[in-house]
Design a protein around this ligand. Structure first.
Ligand code: BG6
Length: 491
């Protein structure tokens, strides 16, 4: 039985920005439509914008309404009615905005109060201090930190210290939206609610694991962010390493807030460091150049339309990264984990491929090893590729065929967006799917030497044409041990 939703105030810094308009507000609308928000819950956007409530509601009506199913106009109006806007002078002297938000929240100290920082990470500390200064941090407050948390280990520690000086660790929710994806949670269910996989989930039976997050989008208009992030910080340090943790972790004793996170940290701490000269051997970085894409010619990274011109840094930033990682423990010794992510790849596909070893002795020609594919997006599903005999008399002919679970075909309910799940978890106080401080820092500790090595090279990343499957070096990375990347079916 679902619990009655409790009233809450959700205050979003950067509330009129891209993340808010594209992800947070649509997700909150879905939660509202499904009856998961209390009638009294308010959503308060804070920005420099100079908007009032009516302006903000008009903006959301114009920009968000078209991207969500509005089957009942009354529900849409109810949602708009929850929205407020407070203009703040960020980092300036003018306290009017802070006074206004203090007055709005006054008298509701017992309510869950969520401060969602959808602003650059370097602002997290000063926002938290300001919230504390004006007395808005109550015992029922929580703070959500968007990724990337810092640029390296030292800056992540600094931000964690600054936020930790105001909020207790139990009040801090570090978001990685990949953890809210349905298939990602299904991976835990697949592994820990079924007995058959566990005995073969180890180096005796598994040859290697591939984790891919391929995107078709480029980075138009994002140069300011992307030049300083790059694929390693933007996708690998968080999303791909989180997926690796869920594949490699030991079975937790409970499905609770700490048990799963304890096991994930152990995986991160077991990653074999890639340092110095090994970085060139075990990692590849690329940058897309102009190419054919979806029947049209698209520009390369350096020529993407943007309001800032490319700089020295733009030439060195990677839009593609591939890494051969290893988890040094009894279960995984000797099993490579190949990670790969890139922009402007030929099709969008995020998946985890677990490649089993071949049969110990083959009596049929043409058999290939089993493979388990967990497709995160698009077309969420799970496929186990097994060998079967093709019907017919005469010679036995083998064919790999998939045992398939398609979520869309098996379940009638809508697959929720990751942010819906995660926002509800913050509002109800469940941090299981959020990253703990030690997790984030362990991930940076492993990433830092790769970053340092890449940044000390004067050489630009390897070019790959937009619409291709990445730089040649990425194929060599797996080919060196006789393997190939799994190229999922375009969906
Ligand atoms: C974000 C990255 O965290 O994830 C983006 O900053 C990336 O660069 C996005 O495009 C991918 O998310 P999804 O859910 O579309 O796979």
């Amino acid at each position: 039985m679902s619990e009655t939703p409790q009233p809450a105030d959700l205050i979003v810094f950067g509330g009129t920005g891209d993340l808010s308009m594209r992800k947070l507000l649509p997700a909150l609308y879905h939660c509202d439509r499904d009856g998961r928000l209390s009638p009294e819950t308010r959503i308060i956007a804070m920005s420099r914008g100079g908007l009032d409530d009516a302006d903000f509601r008009g903006k959301v009506d114009a920009q968000v309404r078209a991207s969500v199913p509005v089957d009942d106009p009354d529900v849409w109006q109810r949602f708009l009615g929850r929205l407020h806007h407070v203009s703040v002078d960020i980092g300036g002297e003018d306290m009017t905005g802070w006074e206004k938000i203090t007055a709005m929240l006054g008298g509701h100290e017992e309510r869950t109060r969520v401060f969602y920082l959808a602003s650059p990470p370097m602002t997290f500390g000063s926002f938290c201090r300001q919230l504390d200064r004006v007395g808005l941090v109550t015992p029922a407050s929580r703070v959500v930190l968007e990724k990337p948390l810092g640029r390296d280990l030292a800056s992540a520690q600094r931000i964690n210290d600054e936020v930790g000086a105001i909020f207790d660790e139990r009040q801090i929710y570090r978001i990685d939206h990949y953890l809210g994806k349905e298939t990602v949670q299904n991976l835990l269910v697949l592994r820990f609610a079924n007995a058959f996989l566990e005995p073969i989930w180890n180096s005796l039976w598994i040859d290697h694991v591939q984790i891919t997050a391929a995107e078709t989008v480029g980075t138009p208009g994002r140069r300011g962010y992307y030049d300083h992030a790059g694929a390693l910080r933007d996708m690998v340090q968080n999303h791909l390493l989180q997926l690796l943790c869920l594949v490699a972790m030991e079975p937790p004793s409970r499905n609770d807030r700490e048990s799963i996170r304890d096991e994930k940290v152990k995986v991160l701490q077991s990653l074999r460091p890639i340092v110095g000269g090994e970085v060139d051997r075990f990692t590849v970085r690329g940058q897309y150049t102009a190419g054919e894409f979806g029947g049209a010619r698209v520009p390369g990274y350096l020529d993407e339309p943007d309001n800032t011109a490319p700089t020295e840094t733009s030439h060195r930033v990677e839009t593609f990264a591939a890494i051969r990682a290893e988890v040094k423990n009894w279960r995984w010794a000797g099993v490579p984990f190949y990670l790969r992510t890139g922009k402007r790849m030929p099709y969008r596909c995020s998946e985890i491929v677990v490649q089993f070893k071949d049969v110990p002795h083959s009596i049929f020609p043409g058999s290939t090893p089993n493979r388990l594919v967990l497709r995160l997006q698009p077309s969420e599903g799970i496929q186990l590729h097994i060998m079967a005999k093709e019907p017919g008399a005469g010679e036995v002919a083998l064919k790999p065929v998939p045992l398939s679970l398609s979520f869309a075909e098996t379940f009638t309910s809508r697959v929720p967006e990751a942010y819906e799940r995660l926002l509800m978890d913050v509002l109800t106080g469940n941090p299981t799917l959020f990253m703990r401080r030690d997790e984030v820092e362990a991930a940076w500790l492993w990433i830092d030497p790769i970053l340092r090595e890449w940044e000390s090279h004067g050489t630009p990343p390897e070019p790959y044409p937009a619409g291709s499957s990445g730089p040649a070096g990425a194929h060599e990375l797996v080919a060196r041990s006789g393997r190939t990347w799994h190229e999922g079916d375009p969906a």
